[in-house]
Design a protein around this ligand. Structure first.
Ligand code: C2E
Ligand code: MG
Ligand code: MG
Ligand code: MG
Length: 273
């Protein structure tokens, strides 16, 4: 009895594993094909200044419209792309396309907006990253100070010495740097100081409960105080209600982003045709 069950389980496990591996392989091949098509495209989400209420920046967020499966979440395909060199290819194209878009919106419509682009850990290891950023700026005419590169706290903490070196090179180009998803890793104030960042984005998980929970609000309060103590601009991500927005304003948070202020949408929807 037990033996049959055991064998059955073993068999079940193998099929599941094989299916998952096949699905991954298919998805990776599909992603390779997607790179040279128009299936990958940037959505833009507004970032709002809490004092003026004005949109001061946009974050570019990668989207994949699969020809058969429809929209696939970056949470699903970015990790896959990160397992190979694909993330570097996709990341460079993302930089090229978004700097071009923003440069043309800034000059054509007189919009004084900062562009935020996400970088993954693996892109920090790519020796071509810094020249790619330099090229994107030179080719589009986007001012370096209008580009902010976002790196997650966990990517920065992976290999701190190497990350610090790349960030210093990026910084020497004149671009701004942000630590993304702050609070999900274990960085200290001292580490943040030494990285010479400009912006700290408080992870959405800390914003979710601030209107209901005094503890959550207290944590956000202390993150803001800490960030301001080392001269970082603070952005709250994942703001979904007017109550959260008002509270963040009261707490002295500088900027905010979230569905309450605007969802990530195609450029034409945010800026007009
Ligand atoms: P992230 O950089 O922290 O981006 C914020 C994520 O939160 C985005 O998810 C955005 O759509 C979502 N979001 C914004 N406001 C709200 C809100 O009010 N409520 C909720 N529930 N979610 C909100 P998305 O677009 O699915 O991207 C997920 C992650 O994938 C990003 O997190 C980023 O780490 C990564 N990613 C996206 N685009 C790129 C890219 O071009 N390159 C790299 N390396 N990573 C990217
Ligand atoms: Mg981000
Ligand atoms: Mg984030
Ligand atoms: Mg996040």
């Amino acid at each position: 009895q037990a033996k049959t069950l055991g064998r059955g389980r073993h068999h079940f496990f193998d099929v599941g594993l094989r299916e998952r591996m096949q699905r991954r392989l298919r998805m990776e091949q599909d992603l390779r094909d997607a790179v040279s098509s128009d299936q990958l495209w940037p959505a833009y989400q507004p970032v709002v200044d809490l004092r003026t209420g004005e949109m001061v920046a946009v974050e570019a967020l990668l989207r994949w419209t699969h020809p058969r499966h429809g929209a696939i979440s970056p949470a699903e395909f970015i990790p896959l792309a990160e397992e190979s060199d694909l993330i570097n290819v996709i990341g460079k194209e993302m930089l090229r396309a978004t700097t071009r878009e923003l440069a043309s919106r800034r000059s054509g419509q007189g919009l004084d907006l900062t562009l935020k682009v996400n970088l993954s850990a693996r892109q920090l290891d790519d020796p071509h990253l810094v020249p790619a950023v330099e090229d994107a700026l030179a080719n589009t005419g986007l001012p370096a100070a209008a580009l902010c590169l976002e790196v997650t706290e966990s990517a920065l903490m992976r290999d701190q010495a190497a990350a610090a070196e790349v960030l210093a090179s990026l910084r020497s180009l004149g671009v701004l740097l942000a630590i993304d998803d702050f609070g999900t890793g274990y960085s200290s104030l001292a580490q943040l100081r030494s990285l010479t960042l400009d912006t700290l984005k408080i992870d959405r998980s800390f914003i979710t409960g601030i209107a209901e929970s005094r503890d959550a609000a207290a944590i956000v309060t202390s993150i803001i105080a800490m960030a301001h103590a080392v001269d970082l601009t603070v952005i709250a991500e994942g703001v979904e209600s007017a109550e959260q927005l008002e509270l963040l304003r009261t707490l002295g948070c500088d900027q905010a982003q979230g569905y309450h202020l605007g969802r990530p949408v195609p450029a034409a929807e945010l800026f007009g045709q």
